[in-house]
Design a protein around this ligand. Structure first.
Ligand code: NAD
Length: 334
């Protein structure tokens, strides 16, 4: 089978990882890269002499079979629509779009034209998240009570999207993926300290129909770098710490139990402190897994794990959270 010709739009801080990944895959070739920055193009020409480098998206589209869109968020919808019009499958980096209107427009046109469009929900390709989903969906944790995530660090401060739109797609997509449902109510508090109207810190709460409560703390103005998710179930609890080099997942066999013969008296609750299990997680780079999956989708041999509709579902939460932010944290029904 011939190698799929892959194009990348936007080769900045993150897009360069897509370029590197595409160039290293056996099943695809890095055919073209588009970036409007002349210095970026010069670097690309030096590093990838066989790739076609251009500042024009239409020019790129004529030379590739599928496209990764890793340009700034505000350009995602325009380029996704352009790819679909040209019949080229595309992987749209997060955030999928900056409004529901845009997200739905892309999903609608993609469905009409039958061109696969993927949402860049990278973390669902993380082997620890895959394991966590198997634990949640397989019932090993018992009924899920609540979960909370921490995604904080110092910088990169963005001007065109706040901490909610920059970091939120990761945690929202993971929550929806783990639980297999979308929230029914969201609320968000946040503050802009460094730039007017660009929240540096956001506290997002999501409530699900099943009763699960999820809370996420997002900030690029924090002394710590934390990438952590805790899931509390009735029989077991799990911590996913992506800052850990090896032991990324810890399963705590802990819980609080109520003997069946003691109705509802609090005194009858007994704490169970069991073992801590650290499963071996395969050492797979999520980005390589995501791009390989995208190639199989573009070839028609797999269906999207994160489709345009999944992108819409996440943008719906972010847009509702934005409404909540602007009203001082009032809950917004979905
Ligand atoms: N999945 C992840 O973990 C992850 C991580 C970081 C960033 N991202 C996302 O990737 C996207 C890019 O982020 P970044 O940090 O690389 O930003 P960046 O500003 O460093 O890079 C953007 C690049 O796009 C180029 N560009 C701008 N307008 C363009 C246009 N019209 N046509 C072609 N190229 C254009 C710029 O010259 C720049 O090189 C954002 O949507 C961001 O949210 C995803």
């Amino acid at each position: 089978m011939s190698r799929l010709r892959l194009g990348v739009i936007g080769a900045g801080a993150w897009g360069r990882n897509h370029v590197r990944t595409a160039a290293g895959l056996a099943e695809a070739e890095l055919a073209a890269v588009c970036d409007t920055d002349a210095q970026v193009r010069e670097r690309l020409v030096r590093q990838y002499p066989t790739a076609y480098v251009t500042a024009d998206v239409a020019d790129l589209l004529g030379r590739v079979d599928a496209v990764v869109i890793a340009s700034p968020a505000a350009t995602h919808t325009r380029f996704a629509l352009q790819c679909v019009e040209a019949g080229k499958p595309c992987l749209v980096e997060k955030p999928f779009a900056l409004s529901m209107r845009d997200a739905e427009a892309v999903a609608r046109v993609a469905a009409e034209r039958r061109v696969p469009v993927l949402a860049g929900h990278l973390l669902i390709f993380h082997p620890a998240v895959e394991r966590l989903r198997a634990l949640v969906q397989g019932g090993e944790l018992g009924r899920i009570y609540y979960l909370y995530g921490l995604r904080v660090n110092l910088g990169q401060v963005r001007a065109d999207e706040n901490a909610l739109w920059s970091f939120g797609p990761h945690d929202v997509s993971v929550a929806l993926y783990l639980l297999g449902e979308a929230p029914v109510r969201v609320a968000a508090h946040g503050k802009s300290y460094l730039q007017p109207k660009v929240e540096d810190v956001v506290f997002l709460t999501m409530e699900f129909g099943s009763g699960v409560l999820a809370h996420v703390q997002l900030s690029w103005l924090d002394p710590h770098k934390e990438r952590k998710l805790t899931v509390v179930g009735a029989t077991k609890m799990v911590v996913f710490d992506d800052m850990e080099a090896r032991e990324k997942l810890r399963i705590y066999d802990k819980g609080v139990e109520r003997p069946p013969d003691y109705g509802s008296y609090g005194e009858a609750l007994s704490v169970r402190e069991g073992d801590i299990f650290i499963p071996k997680i395969p050492n797979v780079e999520p980005l390589a897994a995501e791009v390989s999956h995208f190639i199989r989708v573009a070839r028609g041999t797999e269906s999207p794990r994160a489709s345009a509709e999944d992108g819409v579902r996440v943008v719906r939460v972010l847009e509702a959270a934005t409404r909540s932010l602007t009203t001082g944290g009032a809950p917004v029904q979905l």
